[in-house]
Write a protein that binds this ligand. Structure first.
Ligand code: ADP
Length: 397
């Protein structure tokens, strides 16, 4: 059984072909700058990274190239015919309240994904481009939709409502949805496996710290709270996103700067967070380097980041009524040793303790807490693609 996982952005298309027999990645690649003159694809397979310049007008042409010239092509081919691929799993960012789990894609599902576009105006249209491209290039292929929001649909109402007039929820679906659900689900399941415990017996906080970052509280194997909100802008301050603010900051800035919603969205999504505070970069590696040079704003940016993550962990101890294990994942969670240490040091008073030697590892599954720590701490590299492939396989079985 082979499943193709697709993740489409407005000008990009990422794919992974996974052999479900042993859950290995046969080949993967990323098409970038779709619709521009200089589009290219990077293919990673057999330990090699190949870059092919091949301008394409749209996602359909990109996907056609991926199927015909890469996956089934003479030079790079990994399958002889389409029949070797059993299904395609699409990553969809926003499922609103309409999708509580992964589903097979039908006309009705596509309509429902369209209805959620106002909640994810950048992300859902891109995913729909991918679905439409597949319908045109491989019309007979079974397809599934896997939503970033679905895992968080188990949150109790008191954790997902905003204290706004109730009718805004009823009329406009304004509530907290949460994102990175596939990642939180993967690492929480994996940590239970590694610990040799039933996930239902664990109170877990998962910290997905990448460009986008969110913290989740998981009890009985279900998400009961998460930091992102109506959109992936909410929660903790991130690489370049502001996270939660006093809402008056937004209206005050719009009035003072006399800017449009588009401009303020741009400021909050692309010029804020660690980038905004440090003025250095949205990449933690650069900000850490500047911190070492004594740059005060870089130091402030990192201290603010670590403080808010630690505060969320402590806050979710209330939602969970306890805490057994913390998991760090994604680019920063997997690789930034000093960030993990900084966050856990803020939680020392709770008896949470890191073993510095174990914490010196990057990008591997490892327990980094010391034997005395009251809460276990793990690093678990996330694997959203394998979850998407598993969900897709379950649906077509
Ligand atoms: P995305 O959310 O776009 O998938 P990532 O999860 O890759 O992003 O997170 C990007 C962040 O992770 C960067 O700010 C960078 O600091 C950090 N990061 C990624 N890889 C490494 C690495 N090998 N070493 C240190 N930091 C890394």
């Amino acid at each position: 059984m082979k499943i193709l996982v697709l993740n489409c952005g407005s000008s990009s298309l990422k794919y992974q072909l996974i052999d479900m027999k042993d859950e290995t990645v046969i080949t993967k690649g990323t098409y970038e700058r779709i619709g521009m003159n200089n589009s290219f694809i990077t293919v990673k397979q057999d330990g090699e990274k190949i870059r092919i310049e091949h301008p394409v007008k749209n996602h359909e042409k990109a996907l056609k190239f991926v199927f015909e010239d890469i996956l089934m092509g003479k030079e790079y081919g990994k399958v002889k015919s389409l029949s070797e691929i059993d299904a395609i799993g699409h990553r969809i960012v926003h499922g609103g309240e309409k999708f509580k789990e992964a589903v097979l894609i039908t006309d009705e599902v596509i309509e429902k994904i369209k209805e959620v576009i106002p909640l994810a105006p950048l992300h859902n249209p891109a995913a729909l481009l991918g679905i439409e491209a597949c319908r045109s290039v491989v019309p007979d292929m079974k397809m599934a939709a896997i939503f970033d929001t679905a895992f968080h649909q188990t949150m109790p109402k008191e954790n997902y409502m905003y204290p706004l007039p109730y009718e805004f929820y009823e009329k406009y679906q304004v509530r907290k949805y949460g994102f990175h659900g596939t990642s939180h689900r993967y690492v929480s399941g994996r940590v239970a496996e590694i610990m040799g415990k039933d996930i239902k017996d664990l109170k877990i906080v998962t910290c997905h710290l990448g460009q986008g970052a969110s913290i989740s509280a998981i009890k009985d194997g279900k998400s009961i709270n998460t930091s992102m909100g109506l959109t992936p802008l909410g929660g903790i301050g991130m690489c370049a996103r502001s996270g939660d603010l006093d809402p008056s900051v937004v209206t005050y800035l719009m009035d003072t700067l006399n800017v449009s919603t588009e401009d303020i969205n741009n400021i909050l999504n692309k010029q804020s967070g660690v980038l905004g505070i440090s003025g250095v970069s949205a990449d933690f590696r650069d900000v850490e380097a500047e911190k070492d040079n004594g740059n005060e704003r870089a130091i402030l940016a990192i201290n603010m980041h670590n403080r808010i993550v630690a505060e969320y962990i402590a806050r979710y101890m209330v939602s969970l009524q306890g805490l057994d294990v913390i998991v760090f994942t994604a680019g920063i969670g997997e690789n930034q040793i000093r960030i993990r240490k900084g966050i856990c040091d803020e939680l020392k008073f709770l008896g949470i303790e890191i073993d510095d030697e174990k914490n010196s590892i990057k990008g591997e599954e490892i327990e980094i807490s010391s034997p005395n720590s009251k809460v276990k701490v793990f690093v678990i590299p996330t694997d959203e693609e394998i979850m998407i492939a598993r969900d897709t396989l379950n649906l077509i079985k």
